[in-house]
Design a protein around this ligand. Sequence first.
Ligand code: TYM
Length: 332
Amino acid sequence: MTQKRVLSGIQPTSDSFHLGNYLGALKQWVDLQSGNDAFYCIVDLHALTGDIDPALLRKRILSSAAQLIALGISPEKSTLFVQSHVAEHNQLGWIMECIAGFGEANRMTQFKDKSAKGGADTARVGLFTYPMLQAADILLYQADQVPVGEDQRQHIELTRDLAIRFNTKFGDTFKIPEGYILKSGSKIYDLQEPTNKMSKSAGSVAGVLEIMDTPEANTKKIKSATTDAGREVTFDEKGKPGISNLLTIHSALSGKSVSDLENEFAGKGYGDFKGAVAEVVVEYLRPIRTQALKLLQDEAHLIKVLHDGADKARAVASATLAQTYKNLGLVL
Ligand code: TYM
């Protein structure tokens, strides 16, 4: 297998990552770091597009680093860093804003959804230009693959369009990246409203399984997940969205196939099945949470790991930025 360049990012916008983040993206981050050249970024600048609470932001950036390491991102195997430590992200972000059309930026569904929530007039300009900064994150590293969940597909498409446009007009500069989006797990749903995606900004805390939650809290959330009509544990996304979501979660964490799980729970009720899901989730997350809490006790070490990562990232990013400036006719 030839080595690929991998890049992805996650926002530090919550005290804990949730199971949607993990199954949609972070689990693939861990898998892809072996045999590839992977760059993983805590995108703190993107997090500034929401409400900013400085003390909380600082805490969440460090907690994000601790969680990523605890769930298997190895700073030896991959480059783990914070976006704001590498100034080239902002610099290429501006270039991408000058390449993107207003119309195409205006079609981004995530911008439309998020700005609609708070009222379009109060949405920040940074929320609008967010996808161009994301394109810069990816293109700076000449990434081949970008492991993300389904909700990021449109942003990856935009990144590809911008890279192709730039290369066509100014000469070969950027690798054209591909999204790495798995069929199963790329969209995990809210436990209470299983037709909505599990989300940090979701209305219902009860529907979101958090890595840093206590085992008791997560068990309670799974046991009180919305119950579909019927009694059989079968995968049917339309007819039984709640049970199907739980089957996806169990399967991804236990490694058992969905059809094996259907057989295992044939004739048993939803209650038994939810109990089994709770056990699988809790036992899977338990060591991750314990390890993250331990890592958080040594802030200086975490910051050193992130600084070392930023040094490695900067070496790649600055070369791409210099080539970009040169191709644009800027005098170096
Ligand atoms: P963010 O921080 O919202 O989410 C991080 C990752 O988790 C995935 N995800 C999900 N997957 C499955 N089911 C869900 N319910 C679910 N919720 C979230 C997301 O798809 C994502 O992969 N814009 C990005 C951050 C970003 C980025 C980048 C990603 C900034 N620059 C460069 C890749 C490359 C975001 O907001 O992700």
